[in-house]
Unconditional design. Sequence first.
Length: 634
Amino acid sequence: EDVAGLQESLRRSLADGGEFSSLHRVDHPRLGRRHVHAMGRALAGPDGRPERMMGVVRDVSAEQRNAREVESLREQLSEELHAMHRLHGISTRPIGRDETLAALLAEVLDAALEITGRERGVIRLVDETGESLVELATRGFEADFMQSMTRIQRDSEVPSAVAWRTGRRFAVADIAADARFAGTPAGQRLLRHGVRAVQATPLVSRAGQVVGTLTTHGDTPHEWSERELRLLDMLSRDAADFIERAKAQAQLQEADRRKDEFLAILAHELRNPLAPIRNSLHILRLGARNDPTAERVTEMMERQVNHMVRLVDDLMEVSRITRGKIELRKEPVEIAAVVRSAVETSRPLIEAAGHQLTVAVPPEPLTLEGDPVRLAQVFANLLNNAAKYTDDGGRICLTVRREGGDAIAVSVRDTGTGISADMLPRVFELFTQVDRSAGRAQGGLGIGLTLVKSLVEMHGGSVEAHSEGPGRGSEFVVRLPLSAAPRRAGEPGPEERPPAILALRRVLVVDDNRDAAESLAMLLKLLGSEVHVAYDGPGALEAVTSYRPSVVLLDIGMPGMDGHEVARRIRSQPELQDVALIAITGWGQEEDRRRSHEAGFDSHLIKPVDVGALEGLLASLEGGAGGRRAARGD
């Protein structure tokens, strides 16, 4: 077949006396088409010039065939390796927190089309009723086709329904030539849209339940190879796993949502009765200044109420932190100021138990970039823990030291009950208590140390627990990064803010809980305000018009017309724009604050209201629009 090429090779070899080597195809009269390799060289005559050729022709047909087979095998192995890499990437893929199941299954579908070399495909899921398949991921089909196939009934004859119903793969190499399928409405529909080959594989969960189908379609007839079907089976298992994991994750998210909803309701229901109790205690304190016994009883009750308030607050805090709903208000703050604030918060509990508290802070200013309120909360929790888990008359040491040039360590050490070796790794877990004995029943809910760890890590720090064992005391060490920027001169720290002085105000208190409304009104009167009380929304609107208060302390969760509606109606009247609206409510999540702001409230206080915070807010009101701006913090 290549005479001309062979002759040219020979001529070149004769001309320059060199070697020749060439591969040719020949048609042998008996053996048929063969591949031969001709090679040799020119030989010189007596005069030294090339005059003849000597060489050999080898039949290399077998070698060529083997070479083609090896190359084909190499290509197959390369494709297999690529497919296995793709499969491995999908099977080991973690599910991101915000990823949807549709996005994950779209990756599976893309891999199935790539591996099989097909043009179109669909992944469908069994819906919640178990009666139909719904499309979740699709490739290559026109919109009008998919609109007619968005929901497939179980008794349908489409390939995915057959695979779902039987639990086995349904595959057709050529729809037009398949007697069992070409004449069906489903087969005719696929042919009209240019589909000639189809396969549908059921997605089977680990429990053996069909949870969906994976279907691929080809535009030309195609015999589905054993390799393709094997890879499709592997992809189908991955898809079924994704579906099961997504369902489990959805169940966890629903359980988490219900937990948050329960905590919010629980906090609201606990705060409502705590509000009149705290108000009444402040009233008793104001009237018991000359009676030592009454004052001691009042202080004791205040401590217990404050403890209950802290438990409720901790429940909400840990819920917000685990959902990422807390935002730190960072600023340059000196650790000495944070420690003083924490000590003042914990001092009543420490003194009540007769503990000796030692505080050691370096004289040099050590500045952190952090939220002073949250940092004080961290160290107050550690001090409270030390006080609760140390027998009366114990010792507590809080020590601040610099570590290197860029960090500080704050240690809280006590002589208390200590921590066993098996509990040390678990002390920061939610709802974990070190000592559940009857003598330690006041230990709380096991939330405080979880809050400590979360808040410290939000500040870029770490916390460790140390103990030599039961009865040997314990130590908690918080490490935090130092800030290069000192606190600005003249800027008050948390301990330097001046106390509020309550000015005379016309205040309207609105709450359907009569005990809460009346006790708050009595307290405000004792503090110098003129107060009027209403017990529902319509009564509040009437009082605002007739009484013309400068401030309205308004409960939100009232039956009938709630506080949001009252606020909106007040804000809709131009002559009432200067009235400061302050929400007094047991609902304290970020969503609750957002809704109250949108309704027109200027401030949002949580029941039971801290009297100091309320005094400061009312004292900041200077009347008119300026008072409302002060309430908003403008």
